[in-house]
Design a protein around this ligand. Sequence first.
Ligand code: SAM
Length: 327
Amino acid sequence: RHNSQGDANFLEDETTKNFAQKVADHYSARSNQTLEEREASPIIHLKKLNNWIKSVLIQLYARRGDAVLDLACGKGGDLIKWDKAKIGYYVGIDIADGSIKDCRTRYNGDADHHQRRKKFSFPARLMCGDCYEVRLDKVLADDAPFDICSCQFALHYSWSTEARARRALANVSALLRPGGIFIGTMPDANVIIKKLREAEGLTFGNSVYWIRFDEEFSDKKFKSSSPFGTKYTFHLEDAVDCPEWIVPFDVFKSLAEEYDFELVFAKNSHEFVHEYMKRPEFVELMRRLGALGDGNQDQGTLSADEWEAAYLYMSFVLRKRGQPDKN
Ligand code: SAM
């Protein structure tokens, strides 16, 4: 016979697994786009802007020869960015087996004839797995320690339960060397909650995205509720349709401190653009990526709706405490 507590735990666990599976299925089902399809996307400039943000983070923190852990690496969209940073080793893990297959193809460089480029100069290990469930310190014992860990547009999928959020941080903390860097981009909870409170109902958005909170959050206060498991549905045109979870930044920061991280910085994407567009090398990178165009309100610029969608995200940099070995 089960007691009620046991049943509740069992149910919670199954639901969590179902949601993780839903996220995996969603990303697995998204096939690789051709260059033409990509350029025709209604969020092409937003995608380019997000690539710029990730490139800037990588250029700021990656060093030649670094061992890199890419959590939720997806189809390997950042492989070229890491190659430019001349890293020495790369491990990529994602829950979606379809994405890992695409990532392998991209790394091996044999299928996409658009991408006639030289082989990547670093060895890589690509694996399918749930980064917020599995003890990665055991799986990757022979690959550790890593100099830098990146989790781009994915850490919020760990916030469905406290156990998963803790597993995510424990994994990164156990695998990074002292002084190692953890970079990431995730939804900005402050912006999302503010927009929810300004909205009439539980849904808000524009022509490129919408967010819908579950009925249980209709008081919009979140005061008494747990900081984990605040679920909403996120739809981004031509990109995402998934259950996601709010990551309250103050809770994230203090949880990260428990796992020996100190905050280097956290910036909303708008602020990030403002800050790093002061540096000529990043202006040039933005020009090459074609994200903000030449500043005229034309095709080369993000639409107002894309710019508002960019505002939903923030980037963070954490440093693992301790001094790096001197050799
Ligand atoms: N980081 C990649 C990038 O920036 O191009 C992919 C970002 S995509 C928006 C989110 C990724 O998170 C998907 O590839 C998805 O499969 C992955 N993901 C979600 N939950 C995960 C989990 N529990 N473990 C590993 N990967 C996960």
